[in-house]
Write a protein that binds this ligand. Structure first.
Ligand SMILES: Nc1ncnc2c1ncn2[C@@H]1O[C@H](COP(=O)(O)OP(=O)(O)OP(=O)(O)O)[C@@H](O)[C@H]1O
Ligand SMILES: [Mg+2]
Length: 385
C-alpha cells in the first residue's frame, strides 16, 4: 500500500546530484499526490541545468517504482537558465553591490583553501581591484588569523556590521563576530542563515570581487551560496596526490551541477623549493592536476610550491604576498590573481558559459615567468608557457 509516508521515506534516499544530502532534507520536495498506484511528485530545485532535472526525474521514478508505483510523474521546477552572467542561480542576489563573486572550494580539507584565498585576494587588491573576502567556513573560521585581525572587533553600524580592513582587503568572518576559541554546534539550517547574514548584513562596499572561502566538501554551504548570490566563477584548490584529486573531481562536478563557470584549479603544495639550494623536490607530486583540468575544460590557474614562509605567514597573520612579495610563491599568486581577473572579464563578456583556456597577462611589477631555472616545456607555474 502506497502512502505519503513511505513515498517520502523512499525520496529520502534520493540524493541531489553532486551532493551528499537527499532532496527531502534540502526541502526540494514540494508536493506528493497518490492515486491508486500512480504517484505525482512536485520538486523545485535551484539549478537551471537541464541534465540535473533529467537525472532527478529518472532517479525519483526508479526509486518509487521499486516500492510498487505503476506510474510516476515528476514535475521538476527549475530556475530559468541565466541569460546575462552565467551562474548558479536561483536569480537571487542578496549582495547586489558586489560585482563578482568567486567561490573557493576544495573536495578535501586542509589543502590550502584559506591560504590561497587570502593570498589571491591581497594580490588582486594590490593590482588595483576593490576586493573583499568572506569567510564562509562557519565551523572553522581561519581567515581572521591568516589576515592578522584575530583580535579585531568589527564596528557595528545600526543593524549592520562594517567589514574589517586588512592588507587592502575588506574581510568578514563568523570568527570575528564570536569570542575567540568558541566552537559552533549548529544545525545545517543555521549555517545557511549565517552565510546569508554574512552576505546581507555586512556593509560591503562596491567590490569588484568578493572571494568566498568555503568549508571543505560539497554541502549545505555551497548550495546556500549558489542560492543567495550569482556566483561568477569557482576556483578549486587541491594538492597533487591522487587521494586529493579524487575529491577535487567531486568539487569540480559540483560547480558544473550548480552551473558555476570554473576559473581553474590551484595546485597547492606542488613541490618544495629548498630555500638554500633553490632545488625543487616533489613531495606530494607535481603537475598532476592538468588531466583533471582538461577533463573539466578548464585550466590549472597555478602551481604553488610548499614554502615555509607561506605557513609562517598564515600562522602569524602576515600573508606572504604582502610581506614577501619577492618570494617565488608571492610572484606566482600575483600571476594567478591576474589570470583569475582575465577569466572573470571573459565570463562577464561572454555571458558566462564558456570555460575555455585563457592566456595569462602579467600584472605590473611581476616578470612573465618567475620559475627560476625551469625548462620552458615542463612546468606550469602560472606563467602560462
Ligand atoms: N603552499 C604552502 N606552503 C606551506 N604551507 C602551506 C601552503 N599552503 C598551505 N599551507 C599550510 O597548510 C595548512 C592548511 O592550510 P589552510 O588552512 O589554508 O587549508 P584549508 O584547505 O583552508 O583547510 P580547511 O579545510 O581546514 O579549511 C596551514 O597551516 C597553511 O599555512
Ligand atoms: Mg580553510
Amino acid at each position: 500500500m502506497l502512502t505519503k509516508e513511505n513515498v517520502l521515506a523512499k525520496l529520502k534516499e534520493v540524493k541531489y546530484p553532486g551532493f551528499e544530502k537527499d532532496i527531502v532534507t534540502f526541502g526540494f520536495v514540494k508536493d506528493i499526490q497518490i492515486k491508486d498506484e500512480n504517484i505525482f511528485v512536485d520538486v523545485e530545485i535551484v539549478s537551471s541545468a537541464k541534465e540535473v532535472g533529467d537525472e532527478l526525474k529518472g532517479t525519483i521514478a526508479s526509486a518509487l517504482e521499486a516500492i510498487g508505483a505503476k506510474r510516476v510523474d515528476v514535475a521538476v521546477k527549475q530556475p530559468k537558465p541565466p541569460v546575462q552572467k552565467s551562474n548558479s542561480q536561483s536569480g537571487k542576489n542578496i549582495a547586489p553591490h558586489v560585482k563578482n563573486f568567486v567561490m573557493v572550494s576544495s573536495g578535501k580539507g586542509g589543502v590550502g583553501k584559506t591560504t590561497t584565498t587570502v593570498n589571491l585576494a591581497i594580490a588582486l587588491a594590490s593590482q588595483g581591484k576593490k576586493v573583499g573576502l568572506l569567510d564562509a567556513d562557519i565551523y572553522g573560521p581561519n581567515v581572521p588569523r591568516m589576515m592578522g585581525v584575530v583580535d579585531t572587533n568589527p564596528e557595528i553600524v545600526g543593524q549592520k556590521v562594517k567589514p574589517i580592513m586588512a592588507y587592502g582587503v575588506e574581510m568578514m568572518s563568523m570568527g570575528s563576530l564570536m569570542e575567540g576559541g568558541q566552537s559552533l554546534i549548529w544545525r545545517g539550517a543555521m549555517v545557511m542563515k549565517a552565510i546569508e547574514q554574512l552576505l546581507r548584513d555586512i556593509l560591503w562596499s562596491d567590490l569588484d570581487v568578493l572571494f568566498i572561502d568555503m568549508p571543505p566538501g560539497t554541502g549545505d554551504a555551497q548550495l546556500t551560496l549558489a542560492q543567495s548570490v550569482p556566483v561568477t566563477t569557482g576556483i578549486c584548490v587541491t594538492t597533487p596526490q591522487q587521494v586529493a584529486l579524487d575529491d577535487t573531481e567531486r568539487s569540480l562536478d559540483m560547480f558544473q551541477k550548480l552551473h558555476i563557470p570554473i576559473a581553474g584549479i590551484m595546485e597547492n603544495m606542488s613541490g618544495f623549493i629548498c630555500p638554500e639550494t633553490n632545488k625543487e623536490y616533489d613531495i606530494f607530486g607535481k603537475g598532476t592536476t592538468r588531466p583533471l583540468a582538461d577533463k573539466f575544460e578548464t585550466i590549472v590557474l597555478g602551481e604553488i610550491p610548499i614554502e615555509p614562509a607561506v605557513r609562517e605567514g598564515g600562522d602569524a597573520g602576515k600573508p606572504v604576498v604582502f610581506f614577501h612579495p619577492e618570494s617565488e610563491t608571492a610572484k606566482r599568486y600575483q600571476v594567478c590573481a591576474s589570470k583569475l581577473w582575465d577569466k572573470i572579464e571573459q565570463i562577464n563578456a561572454e555571458g558566462g558559459v564558456s570555460n575555455e583556456s585563457i592566456q595569462p597577462t602579467t600584472p605590473p611589477g611581476v616578470s612573465a615567468c618567475s620559475t627560476a631555472g625551469a625548462k620552458s616545456d615542463d612546468h606550469s607555474c602560472g606563467c602560462g608557457h
